[in-house]
Design a protein around this ligand. Structure first.
Ligand SMILES: NC(=O)c1ccc[n+]([C@@H]2O[C@H](COP(=O)([O-])OP(=O)(O)OC[C@H]3O[C@@H](n4cnc5c(N)ncnc54)[C@H](O)[C@@H]3O)[C@@H](O)[C@H]2O)c1
Length: 240
C-alpha cells in the first residue's frame, strides 16, 4: 500500500505493538491508542511501546475508547486497525460487562466514527474463538462461540458487517488463531510454559530407583502418559 496514516487501537498490547512496529518500518505513520486495561501489568504494555516511541511517525494516546471523543483521532486517517479488546476466554465468565463494553460497544463507536470519516479501510481483529470448541477448519466452519469472550467477538464481527453493508465501509475481518512470539500476553499458554521452563530451579528430575527395586521389588506400573491423562481428567472435573 502507499504510505498510509494508520490508527491502531490496542497499540500497547501484544499484537498491536508488533503491528505498529511493522507499519512504521514500512514508512507508514501510526497513531496508537490504548487504555492500559490492567488485566496484565501496565509495565509490560509500557515496555511494548518503547520500541515505537523513538519514531517521529508514531503518536500515542492513552485513551479509553469506551468513553473517548473520537472526532479528532479520526481526522486524516486512511486505515483503522482495530485490535483493542478484552482478550482471554476464562476471565470472560467473571466480568462480562468489561468484555461487552470493550469488545462490542467500543467496536460500534469506532464503526460509527469510521463511517462519518474518509477512511479507506477498516481492519478488525477477530478470533478463532468465534468457532467455539473446534476451531480447526476454514472460515466456512460453523460459528458457535463457547465462551462469553467468543460471543462478544462474534457480535463485534456482525456489527462490522452491518456497517460495511449499510454504509459501504471497506472492511476486512481477520480471525487470529493463538498468536505467539515476542510480547505474547502473560496469560497465554506458550508464555506460561516458557516462563516456567526458564524459572523452574530443577532442570531435570529422574530418581534412580534401583535400590527400592532390589530390596522391595518395587516396580512402578503406571506409564507417565496414563498418569497424566488421569490428572487431566481430574482437573477437567474441577472446571466450572
Ligand atoms: N493473542 C492472540 O492469540 C489472539 C487470538 C485471537 C484474537 N486476538 C485478538 O487480537 C486483538 C489483540 O489481542 P492481544 O493478544 O494483542 O491482546 P492485548 O490484551 O495484549 O492487547 C489488547 C489491548 O487493547 C487494549 N484495550 C482494551 N480495551 C480497551 C479500551 N476500551 N480502550 C483502549 N484500549 C483498550 C488493552 O489495554 C490491551 O493493551 C484482540 O482483539 C484479540 O481479541 C488475539
Amino acid at each position: 500500500m502507499n504510505k498510509a496514516r494508520c490508527l491502531v487501537t490496542g497499540a500497547a498490547g501484544f499484537i498491536g505493538s508488533n503491528l505498529c512496529e511493522q507499519l512504521l518500518a514500512r514508512g507508514h505513520s501510526v497513531i496508537g491508542v490504548d487504555s492500559f486495561i490492567p488485566y496484565y501489568p501496565r509495565t509490560l504494555k509500557e515496555s511494548n511501546l518503547t520500541v515505537l516511541q523513538d519514531s517521529p511517525n508514531f503518536t500515542f494516546h492513552e485513551m479509553d475508547l469506551r468513553d473517548a471523543d473520537l472526532t479528532d483521532i479520526f481526522k486524516d486517517i486512511d486505515v483503522v486497525f482495530h485490535l483493542a479488546a478484552m482478550a482471554g476466554l476464562v476471565r470472560s465468565w467473571n466480568n462480562f460487562n468489561l468484555y461487552m463494553t470493550c469488545n462490542i460497544e467500543v467496536t460500534q463507536k469506532l464503526l460509527e466514527a469510521a463511517r462519518k470519516s474518509e477512511i479507506r479501510h477498516f481492519i478488525h481483529g477477530s478470533t478463532s474463538s468465534v468457532y467455539g470448541r473446534f476451531a480447526t477448519g476454514n472460515e466456512e466452519s460453523p460459528l458457535r462461540p463457547f465462551s462469553p469472550y467468543g460471543v462478544t467477538k462474534l457480535a463485534a464481527e456482525n456489527l462490522c458487517r452491518a456497517y460495511a453493508e449499510n454504509f459501504a465501509l471497506p472492511l476486512t475481518i481477520l480471525r487470529f488463531f493463538s498468536v505467539y512470539g515476542p510480547r505474547q500476553r502473560p496469560d497465554m499458554a506458550y508464555n506460561i510454559f516458557i516462563r516456567a521452563l526458564l524459572a523452574g530451579d530443577q532442570r531435570h528430575t529422574a530418581a534412580d530407583i534401583s535400590k527400592i527395586e532390589r530390596i522391595l521389588g518395587y516396580k512402578p506400573t503406571t506409564p507417565v502418559r496414563a498418569g497424566l491423562e488421569a490428572q487431566v481428567a481430574w482437573q477437567r472435573n474441577l472446571l466450572p
